[in-house]
Ligand binder design. Structure first.
Ligand code: ASP
Length: 306
């Protein structure tokens, strides 16, 4: 018998400020719990990953929804994607402005259009059409991100690799899988840049026959190796999902440089967490336990009341 699991990540990167760690861990634990409660209520893994990701999109400490990084024009442009492992149906959005919860928009693309990816103004118009919450132009931009951009442009330095994309994967007792990912992208990116997070196979992948994955990290590198699918290829070849996840991110870094992280659940309910960055916040709920970590090889467990 497979147990319900909801696993989330809050982004891979060089999280150098240790004071942020308790905040990130509290955020990923709360999101995993929200997704898990939804799964207990409806039994639907798509609901679980959507609600877990929405929770993180609404949390300013993460780079998705409110709190997203800004492009060189000072604007938030977001990407998101979601996939159902049972049907392989998927939906994604890219370069979206003003939409409060892009993961819900991606799900609407999957369920209510004949397309897979909608971008830019067309995606925004579709959000209005579907009755989604829209913010006033500029309302998703936070002071902190304006300061970050000024610092990057003034010093003409590489953006610090502290990203904070969010994602979730889930399994229910029937062995159904789903994956979802949402991001504001990379700090100081060009306007119109499209991230791995909108690409099925790179940022998100779910297939009930193999497993489900959500990735984070340097998008241009993730897309070169189709990281989410690559991890599942490793698992198909016989590796445990944990080894497959670690190998996927480490191989990416070795082959094309830069760093990434990923979370995964296999078709039989095993969990994989791996990152080649120095840190990635993650948490999952299984039974009455929350498992979590942020540093390499950290895996802490607490008992909780659902
Ligand atoms: N993958 C995201 C991007 O490149 C960023 C991240 O995961 O932190 O847009």
């Amino acid at each position: 018998m497979i147990e319900h699991i909801v696993l989330v990540h809050g982004g891979a990167g060089d999280i150098t400020d240790s004071a942020k760690i308790p905040i990130l861990l509290a955020g990923v634990k709360a999101a995993a719990l929200e997704g898990y409660r939804k799964l207990q209520e409806t039994g639907c893994v798509l609901d679980a990953v959507e609600y877990a990701v929405r929770n993180l999109e609404d949390n300013e400490n993460f780079n998705a929804g409110k709190g997203s990084v800004i492009n060189t024009d000072g604007e938030v442009e977001m990407d998101a994607s979601i996939q159902c492992g049972k049907t392989l149906d998927c939906g994604a959005v890219t370069i979206v402005k003003d939409v409060k919860n892009c993961i819900t928009l991606a799900r609407k693309v999957m369920e209510n259009t004949e397309h897979t990816i909608l971008g830019a103004e067309g995606a925004r118009r579709f959000a209005i059409d579907q009755g989604l919450d829209l913010m006033e132009p500029g309302a998703l931009v936070t002071e902190r991100r304006i300061e970050d951009l000024k610092r990057i442009l003034a010093k003409r330095q590489e953006p610090k690799c502290e990203m904070g994309t969010v994602g979730s994967v889930a399994i229910n007792s029937k062995g159904n899988l789903a994956a979802a990912t949402s991001t504001g992208g990379r700090e100081g990116k060009m306007p119109g840049r499209c991230s791995d997070t909108s690409q099925i196979g790179s940022g998100t992948f779910a297939d009930d026959a193999i497993g489900c994955v959500s990735t984070t990290g340097h998008g241009e590198s993730i897309m070169k190796v189709c990281l989410a699918y690559n991890i599942l290829e490793n698992h198909k070849a016989g590796m445990s999902i944990q080894d497959a996840t670690k190998k996927g991110v480490n191989d990416m870094t070795a082959k094309v440089g830069n760093t990434a992280g990923a979370i995964a659940i296999s078709h039989n309910g095993e969990v994989g967490v791996g990152f080649s960055s120095n840190r990635m916040s993650w948490a999952y709920i299984k039974g009455n336990e929350v498992h979590f970590g942020v540093d390499q090889d950290q895996h802490d467990i607490e008992t909780i009341t659902i």
